[in-house]
Every structure is written in C-alpha cells, then in structure tokens.
Design a protein around this ligand. Structure first.
Ligand code: ATP
Length: 960
C-alpha cells in the first residue's frame, strides 16, 4: 500500500496509487506537552532528599527552594497539563488520549516520554499503551460499519543500532532506508498482524521483554535504549461502493532512554558507553526540537544526525499529531536535570506539526472492485429476464408505431374525404350536401372512447353540436371553407406529430439495441485495459524505488549508468502514458454516451414548466421523455382539433369531451392546470407538475433498468477516472525524478571536467557571504549548537572560553564558526562510534575517546580549581555565594569549578562561566588570545582525521 502523505507506517509497498483528501496541507497544531512529577522513590527517601518542585495547578509547576536557600523568585513553567505525584496514570492518559485515538481516523500519532533516568518514563508509557489499546478495541467494537486491520512492529535503538524487538533472534542491526514517499523506512522490520486485543498485548509484552535493560545507581531496571512500538491501523467501510479507499495511520509509543550523568549513575564500561549514546541521541533530539521551536525559518533541521530523530522525523514537525509526556524526579538532588527537562518541554511546546488524514487506495482492491462491477454488468446483459423485458418493450413500441401509422393514414383519408366533399359542396346543387354536413359534424366529434361515458353530458354536447351543424348548414360556403382549412391545418399538425413520434420511437429502439452493444464493447475494452494495467502496475514502483536508491548514490559511475538506464526507462514511462491515454479515451466515450441521457433527462425533469414546443424541438428526446410523451392523447383522438393542446392535460381530463370553442377550451385548460397544480402542492411533490407535462411511462422496469445501467456505468467511470488521474500523477512524478537525475549527472560531469572530487564532500554546503542581519541570526544559532556540542563532547572549558570570547558575530567569524561546528559534529559522531573503546592514534594526532576526553576535562577543572587561589578571599566568597556553593563546605573550589560551563542552554550561565575561566587563566590580561591561534587546519575529509583547531595553543598558554 502506498500513501501520498509521507510518514505512513507500512514498510511494504504494493504499488498502489493513493490520495489524500482536502489538498496536501494538513491541519497545523502544536505538540501537546504534559509533565508528570513522580513521588520521591525509596532511594531518595532513604537519602533524606526532599521534594524540590511544586505543582501550582493543572498547568504550572515551579521550583520550590529549600528554606535555607537564598534564591530569587523562581520562574514558573507552564504546560498543557501538569500532573502532581499523586496523579494516576489513567489521568495522565486522559491528557494524551485524543492524540492516540487520532490514529483510528487515519491521522498519524506519536506519544513519547522524555525525562531523566529513573524519572518514570517506562512506568508511564506502559500504562499509556495499555489504556490506548483498551480504547482502540472499544472503538472497534463500537464501529461495526468499518473493518479494522492492526499491525504491530517494535524496535529499539541501542548504542545507535536499530534492533527488531519482534525478531531479536537474528541479532541483526536493521538499516534505515529513504523512501521518496514514506520518508525513513526500517528495512526488514517485522510487522505482525494482530488478531485481537489479547494478541496485541502479548506482542507488546514480547517487545518489552526483548528490550535492553541494565542496573545503574539510579535505577535497578534502567532502560538502556529508546523503544518504539508502532501500531499501524487501517480501516475500511464494510458495505460501500467506495470500499477501495481506506484510512491508514501509525500510532507510535516511544519510551526514550533517560538522559543521565555518568557521575550520578556511577556508570562505567558498557553502562558508560550506553549512557554516552543515549545522551548523544537525546542531544540531537533536543537540537531538533529547539530548531523546530524557533519556527520554519530556522534552516536545516538535523534529523539525520541520529537514528532516533530520523525515525521520528514525521512526528517532529511533520505529518502527525504528537504528545510528549516529560517525566520528572521531584528530588532536590536532580534539580538541574529536572530543569533541563522542563526547558526541553518548554521548547517542545512551540513545535508545530501538520497532520492530515491518510487515505489509501488499494490497487488490488480497486482492480477487484472493477472486476466485480464488470461481472455484474455482464451478468445483467446476459440475464434472460431483462433481455425478454427489453424485447417485450421493443415489441410494444413497434406496435405503438404501427398504431400511429394507422391513425395517420386514417387522418389522411379523412382529410381526403373532406376535400372531396368540399369539392362536391362547391358544386351548384347545394341540396345534395346534407350527408357531407352530417359527416363533417360527426367526424369532428366522434371519438371512440366517449361513446359510453357520461351520457347526459354527451347528449348535451350532441345537441349543441346539432345546433351548430344546423347553423353551419345555413352558412355560406365561405364559413365551411374556413372550418375545413382549420381542420386541415390540425390534421397536418397531427400528421407531423405522428411522424415525429415515429421517429423518436425508432430512435429509441435503435438506441436500446445499440446501447447494449456499445456498452458490451466498452466493457470488453475496459476489461482488456484493466488486465494491461495490472501487468504494468509494478513498473512505476520499480522505477521510483530505483530512482530513490540512485539519488542516494553519489558515485559518478553509478550516475552515469543511471543515464543509460533512464533512457531505457523512457520507453516504459511513454508506454504507461499511452496506456493511460487509451483508458482516458474509453472513459470519455462512456461519459459521452451514458451520462448524456441522464443529463437530458434531468434537464427535462428539472424544467417542468418547459413548453411543449421546447420539448418537441429536441432532436432525440431522452428515453424518459419519450416514454413520458402523452402518447395516449394523440393515439386516441388523432382527429380532435385540440389534440395539439390536449397533450398538456393530465388524466383528469383524459375522458372529457373535446371542446370546440377556443374560450371554452382555454378555460377548461386553466381549470385543469389549477387543479393539477393545487394537487401537486397538496402532495408536496415537486415533480407532480412535470407529470402533467410529460406523463411517465407505465414501463417502470424499463426506467429501473436504465437507471441501474447508468448508475453502474457512472460508478465505473468515476473509479476508473480517479485511478487514471492517480497514475498520471505518478508518471509526471517519474518524469520529474528523471529530470532531477539527469541534472545531477550533468553537474557531476561538469565537476569532473573541472577536476573536483565531490564524492566525499557532498554534505559541505558552500560558505556564502550572508547579509549582516542574516549572519547575526545564523551566528546565534551556530553558537548555541557549538555550546551544546562542547558539553556533549566534553570539550576543554578553556577552549570553550577562548572561542566564546573571541567570536562574537563579526562577518569574518563565519568561517571559524563553520569549522568549529564541523569539527564538533565530527567529534560527536566519532565519540558515538568508538564510545569508551580503546582509542586509536591517527597519525600524530592525540588519540580521542569519550573517557579520555572526560579525564582531560577533569584534569583541567582541577587545574582551574588551583588557579582560584589567584583570587582574593572576598572575591572567592562572593563567587561561592553567587554560584550557591556552601561557604563552609570542603572542596569548595572544585565544587565551584565543577559548576562552570554546565548548562549549555542558559546564556547567562555560559557568559559568566567564560568570564570566570578567562580570569583564572589570564586570557583577558595578557591579551595573548588571537583568532589566528585557531589556525584553520583544512584536511580533506577523505583523510578521516579530525580538524584540530586551537588545541595545541591552549596547552602552550597553560604550560600543561
Ligand atoms: N508516577 C510514579 N508513581 C510511582 N512509582 C513510579 C512512578 N514513576 C516511576 N515510578 C517508579 O520509579 C522507578 C523508575 O521508573 P522507570 O523505570 O519508569 O524510570 P525511567 O524514566 O524509565 O528510567 P530509565 O530511563 O532509567 O529507564 C520504577 O520503580 C517505577 O515503578
């Protein structure tokens, strides 16, 4: 299955076109951030620790200084929800429930727990997962109209390696792949289909049991890895024509490993190495959150710097709803860590996600659906009942035509008779005319269906007619002529009408015969096209995946090969386009033929007040109109002088006597119209007036059949149209990707020609001249990153001080900042790779490892502590007070020095630390600090050596 919106969970692709309704932009929403303060644990109680935080209300938490502390008014932290130590996990779940259940509606959702080690992340996430599972199954139970499919996968990131928690036997480390549509995909991650809630719970337990856990000084069962349990929830409406569309979304439960200080966890060996990896990836997470919190214009977001942020990319500022539960230890010994967690939470509040409903169109289901439709239509065509019914209909129409012909001939002969009689009358002996007069008078009034109805009325009418005839017999031949002319005219009209009706009926018959044939042909063609589409359906996917892989390769040889491959692909894409064009034509044909009748029908039906003449002027009236013509009227009383007008009357006047007088006629008509309209109003039936104009055919089945056929065809056309549009989009995308690749190759060739080797240099962005204002923003951003990296990599605090005081945002500092950032990024990665393993020397450069860096930093702090003697006692005491070092305590100097450069997120703290260190090592006085000492040692990255900047000079200054 494929979903257009990125970040959907499925790791398998079945080459399906997909859509996402309502455009491509999702709903913007801030991350939901809640904090949970746990109670003091046994260890903390035994150590007589005290609670240093207070939940002021449901939203605010504040530091509660110890009575003896002389601290300024503490700053309150505000969040979506704050849970006090007494809060139950159920209550905590209520704060994130809506986010979790979004996954049932096709919206990706992520809930993660962040916090210091032993602060209660695992405790909280277990409860949250359990409660979400309950709610999910409750929802499924209450939504019988939808069919749900749930899959689960579990992974952990341990020492920056991804492990499958549902298939841990293999001991494999899973690779992360980049999918152009779905973003980061975990290769070969097992996804189990869930049978029911019990099954789901047992699979979650397996994941938890497989997770890396170890004992530290702070937590007997400390989670040493980040765990992600992912549920993929897909749902489809059970009984609907639209069954090919489903919602699909992932719900991630993320239990992060806790940030920790080696000094507090007493970690060494494997634990220290784990802690290092944990801190590094959490550091990247913090950077990502910080950058996202600044807003969209904060530039590059380093998702790729850790596997955790890569996997969670869409939950951080992307297509997902996200909730973070920050867990806190209340103990005073962890105040700094807790404050850091609160700072993280504060930044996270500012991150905006843009979640949207993921709608999936399954290609398999679509083809199945189309096949079913085709089969249904074929069956309909084959059904003898329906065919018989059609034949019967056709026979009936032919009989009607026959009858009309007879009526027309009759009318014609009457006209001839009249002509003849008229000629006779015009002859001198008028006495021989009574027969003609009599005949004339009766020809006008004799209507077969009036014979046995309403005798009284009929007699009256005959008397009137008799009187009129008497009058006529005494009138001049001139009057008679006029009467005959009038009759002739009416007969002519009737003849025309009859001819038109014949024509219509003929067309209808032809239409029926042809219509079936046409539909059958189209269906056959569609079937063939579906078959063809199925045979080529994998092509686009293959092309896309290959392209994606190729894009990632930067080796020129591969790209050159790619050009050749692309040329061959050109024909595949062209073939696909041709296929689509063919399908489009078929659809157009169907649209032209079938829905046209519907349209005409609706036009007619929607215009009940259309005049009769208007409806007559249509060349081929719709089937319904043909059936609805007041056929009875002109069949039964072809000779009636009112026949032309009478077909606007409904059944109520069908059996009344024909009227001769114009005034009487129009009066009758208006009465009838009145009756009809009032009747319509009474019934509240909007279409009842149209019934008077175009009486519906008695053939209900015929209409039903037409309707069925049209509905089925329309439905087919709609599905296929959507499918074709999707395919077209994909083809366009392929073309675009192809162009991109070609550009890449051209660029590469140009570089080759210029003699550059960009192979190892692919992620070095060009250093550009920035505008001063922009540079200031970038500078601040980069400096913050550098400060955080110094902390993570345990860089010398003297180096930090020098660098911090030297580079204050001159345009000329640009290159130094860039180099320092690169050097530290390299160092961070290097430390993550080697961890605490024995360092290896590279050339003449000093060996680097995490433990050696920590040791070096420790020595440096001891050196600085000694240097404190250079200050007067008053100066020292003032510093101790300011930095909250007990005046009477032992080892005050080292305690004080250990507080410097500890909080990379606090700008004031960083500035003051730098000033103190500078003072202690005499950087300011001697003026022996220059930018040049940070000599830029550019080494080709391919040498794989660190970019050593300024380290030797520090040792020189300090004579270490
Ligand atoms: N809200 C709470 N109420 C009661 N006990 C709690 C609470 N939160 C945590 N605990 C207890 O504290 C201990 C540590 O919790 P937990 O293992 O969940 O911490 P953690 O943050 O996951 O730690 P780590 O990062 O080291 O894995 C556990 O024994 C747990 O039962």
């Amino acid at each position: 299955m494929t979903v257009k919106t990125p970040g959907t969970p499925a790791s398998k692709i079945d080459g399906t076109p997909a859509t996402s309704p309502g455009g491509h932009r999702g709903k913007e929403e801030k991350i939901v951030v809640t904090v949970r303060l746990r109670p003091l644990n046994k260890r903390e109680q035994l150590a007589k620790d005290y609670v240093a935080w207070q939940c002021v209300d449901d939203h605010i938490i504040v530091y509660k200084p110890a009575p003896q502390e002389r601290a300024a008014q503490p700053v309150p932290f505000t969040f979506d929800k704050v849970f006090c130590p007494e809060s139950l996990t159920e209550t905590v779940y209520d704060g994130v429930k809506s986010v979790a259940l979004s996954a049932l509606m096709g919206i990706n959702a992520t809930i993660f727990a962040y916090g210091q080690t032993s602060s209660g992340k695992t405790y909280t996430m277990r409860g949250i997962t359990e409660k979400a599972v309950n709610d999910i199954y409750m929802h499924i139970l209450n939504t019988p109209e939808r069919e749900f499919r749930i899959k689960i996968s579990g992974l952990e990131i341990y020492n920056e390696n991804v492990r499958d928690l549902l298939n841990s036997e293999s001991g494999r480390h899973l690779k992360l792949l980049d999918d152009p549509e779905k973003g980061t995909v975990i290769e070969k991650l097992v996804e189990e289909t869930v049978n029911d809630d019990q099954h789901l719970r047992s699979l979650i337990s397996i994941c938890e049991a497989q997770r890396q856990v170890g004992e530290t000084a702070l937590n007997d069962t400390s989670s040493r890895s980040h765990q992600i349990i992912r549920l993929t929830i897909e749902s489809t409406l059970r009984e609907t024509a639209d069954c090919v569309r489903s919602y699909v979304a992932s719900l991630n439960f993320v239990d992060l490993a806790g940030s920790e200080r080696a000094s507090q966890t007493n970690a060494d060996g494997a634990r220290l190495r784990e802690g290092c990896h944990i801190n590094l990836s959490l550091m990247t997470l913090t950077t990502v959150i910080r950058k996202l919190s600044v807003g969209k214009r904060s530039g590059h977001i380093p998702y790729r710097d850790s596997k955790l942020t890569r996997i969670l990319q869409h939950s951080l500022g992307g297509n997902a709803r996200t909730a973070i539960i920050c867990t806190l230890s209340p103990a005073s010994t962890h105040v700094e860590q807790t404050r850091n967690t609160l700072l993280f939470a504060t930044r996270a509040k500012e991150v905006t996600n843009s979640a949207q409903v993921n709608v999936v169109v399954s290609q398999k289901q679509l083809v199945k659906h189309l096949q079913k439709e085709v089969a249904r239509l074929e069956a309909e065509l084959r059904t003898p009942d329906l065919c018989n019914e059609k034949d019967y209909k056709i026979r009936q129409m032919e009989m009607e035509m026959e009858e009309l012909r007879r009526q027309r001939d009759l009318a014609q002969s009457e006209v001839d008779d009249l002509r003849r009689k008229l000629q006779d009358e015009q002859q001198p002996s008028e006495s021989s005319c009574p027969t003609a007069k009599k005949c004339l008078s009766f020809s006008a009034i004799l209507s077969p269906h009036l014979d046995d109805k309403e005798p009284g009325h009929l007699d009256r009418t005959r008397n009137t007619m008799g009187r009129q005839t008497m009058r006529q017999s005494s009138t001049a031949p001139f009057t008679l002529m006029r009467e005959i002319k009038k009759l002739e005219h009416l007969q002519e009209q009737l003849g025309e009408e009859a001819n038109r009706a014949l024509e219509i009926l003929q067309k209808e018959v032809a239409y029926h015969r042809l219509g079936n044939q046409d539909a059958a042909e189209t269906i056959a063609k569609l079937q063939a096209e579906i078959r063809e589409m199925r045979s080529v359906k994998l092509s686009p996917k293959e092309v896309e995946v290959n392209n994606a892989v190729t894009v990632n390769k930067s080796v020129s040889a591969n790209l050159k090969e790619e050009i050749t491959r692309l040329h061959s692909q050109g024909s595949t894409i062209a073939d696909l386009e041709e296929q689509l064009e063919n399908v489009q034509k078929s659809i157009d044909k169907l649209v032209m033929s079938l829905p046209a009748s519907v349209e005409q029908e609706s036009n007619t039906e929607n215009s009940p007040l259309k005049s009769k003449n208007q409806s007559k002027s249509q060349n081929v009236p719709p089937l319904a109109t043909i059936n609805g013509l007041n056929r009875k009227n002109f069949i039964r009383s072809p000779c009636s002088p009112l026949s032309a007008a009478q077909d606007v009357l409904d059944n109520d006047i069908e059996n009344r006597a024909p009227q001769f007088d114009d005034a009487v006629s129009s009066a009758t008509q208006s009465v009838v119209e009145k009756e009809t309209s009032s009747k319509s109003e009474e019934c509240g039936d909007v279409s009842s007036k149209e019934n008077t104009l175009y009486r519906r055919s008695s053939s209900v089945n015929m209409r039903k059949m037409q309707k069925m056929f049209q509905n089925a065809a329309e439905e087919n056309v709609r599905s296929i149209k959507a499918y074709v549009t999707e395919l077209k989009e994909r083809v366009a995308k392929l073309q675009y990707q192809k162009q991109l690749l070609v550009c890449q190759v051209l660029e590469l060739e140009a570089n080759d020609a210029a003699g550059y080797d960009l192979e190892n240099d692919e992620d070095i962005p060009p250093i550009q001249e920035e505008s001063p204002a922009l540079w200031q923003a970038i500078f601040r951003e980069q400096r913050q990153q550098i400060i955080e990296l110094w902390d993570v990599c345990h860089v010398s605090v003297i180096h930090r001080t020098q660098f911090y005081l030297l580079f204050k945002g001159d345009l000329a500092d640009q290159i130094y900042m860039e180099v320092e950032l690169r050097r530290l990024t390299w160092l961070q990665q290097r430390l993550a790779e080697i961890g605490n393993a024995s360092p290896t020397r590279i050339g003449n450069e000093p060996a680097i490892s995490l433990s050696s860096s920590i040791r070096a930093l420790k020595r440096e702090r001891e050196f600085l502590a000694k240097r404190l003697k250079r200050l007067s006692e008053e100066e020292r005491d003032a510093l101790y007070i300011k930095w909250e070092v007990p005046l009477e305590g032992q080892q005050r100097r080292i305690q004080f020095i250990n507080k410097l450069w500890r909080n990379p997120h606090d700008e004031k703290h960083v500035k003051e630390s730098a000033e103190i260190v500078a003072k202690l090592v005499g950087l300011c006085e001697s003026g022996n600090i220059s930018k040049e000492m940070f000599e830029l040692n550019f080494v080709l990255p391919s040498d794989k050596r660190p970019w050593i900047v300024g380290w030797n000079q520090i040792s020189d200054i300090l004579h270490l």
